[in-house]
Design a protein around this ligand. Structure first.
Ligand SMILES: C[S@@+](CC[C@H](N)C(=O)[O-])C[C@H]1O[C@@H](n2cnc3c(N)ncnc32)[C@H](O)[C@@H]1O
Length: 233
């Protein structure tokens, strides 16, 4: 199965593994590609939705992968025993749902060697949660699909990470800044544009809450611009 865009970048971030588990697999494309590329010997494709798992089951049959890929129906990491999967993927969900899944399934999450997380929203909150809960962010990757840029976090459980030098790096991802990722400038410009659009709307609001939010966003834009000025080439 040839992947491209976001799904290919997720698969590329997976280290060579004995057993991977893809939590919230939906279609099952990523675990199948990992098996076909010999990046993993065995894959568990799990989802809370029976409809989603049907798609993954059809894919397994179509590609004759029954001997090395199975599906499991259930909520988050409850489908795994501690230590069962060395690499766990949780991708294409909101950052708050991802941290909730990791929190509820901490016995399983903490016994994996690597977690590949791809939050669609609340990336800042997820980074904060990871650092507060002693997960190390080993690396980050960006991938563009259409106009949207997606963030992928490669996380090592139990490896306490140093806190970033400033709060803004929970938003931006200090690993991306350290390696001066080629898409970082565009990611930041997109974020600034979104915040400027929100500020325009807030200017119509007459409430104190709207004024406070506007000032917060203006402060954040200033911090983003400082990161670009100091670090982005
Ligand atoms: C948008 S899809 C993402 C599919 C794939 N992981 C990707 O990156 O393209 C989200 C999937 O997560 C599943 N899901 C949502 N909450 C879940 C949970 N608590 N446990 C397991 N799966 C969940 C949904 O049923 C859905 O199939």
């Amino acid at each position: 199965m040839a992947l491209d865009g976001r799904l290919k970048a997720i698969a590329d971030a997976v280290p060579k593994s004995h057993k991977v588990a893809d939590i919230g697999t939906d279609h099952g494309y990523v675990p199948l590609a990992l098996l076909e590329d010999h990046r993993s010997e065995y894959a568990i494709a799990a989802d809370i939705s029976a409809g989603s798992l049907n798609k993954a089951e059809r894919l397994i049959r179509l590609h004759h992968m029954e001997h090395c890929m199975e599906t499991r129906l259930g909520d988050g990491l409850s489908v795994l025993a501690p230590g069962e999967a060395d690499t766990i993927l949780i991708t294409g969900m909101g950052g708050l749902l991802i941290s909730d899944i990791l929190d509820k399934g901490k016995d399983v999450a903490r016994t994996a060697s690597a977690l590949i997380l791809q939050p669609m929203t609340a990336q800042e909150e997820l980074r904060r949660w990871l650092i507060a809960n002693e997960y190390g962010i080993a690396d980050e990757e960006l991938v563009q699909e259409g106009r949207r840029i997606y963030e992928i976090l490669i996380v090592v459980p139990g490896r306490a990470d140093t806190r970033p030098a400033a709060d803004i790096y929970y938003d931006i991802g200090w690993k991306l800044v350290e390696k001066n990722h080629p898409l970082l400038g565009e990611l930041i410009r997109n974020r600034i544009q979104t915040m400027e659009e929100i500020i325009l709307q807030l200017k119509n609001g007459k409430t104190e809450a709207a004024r406070i939010r506007q000032r917060e966003l203006e402060g954040k834009i200033q911090q983003y611009k400082e990161v670009v000025h100091c670090h982005v080439k």
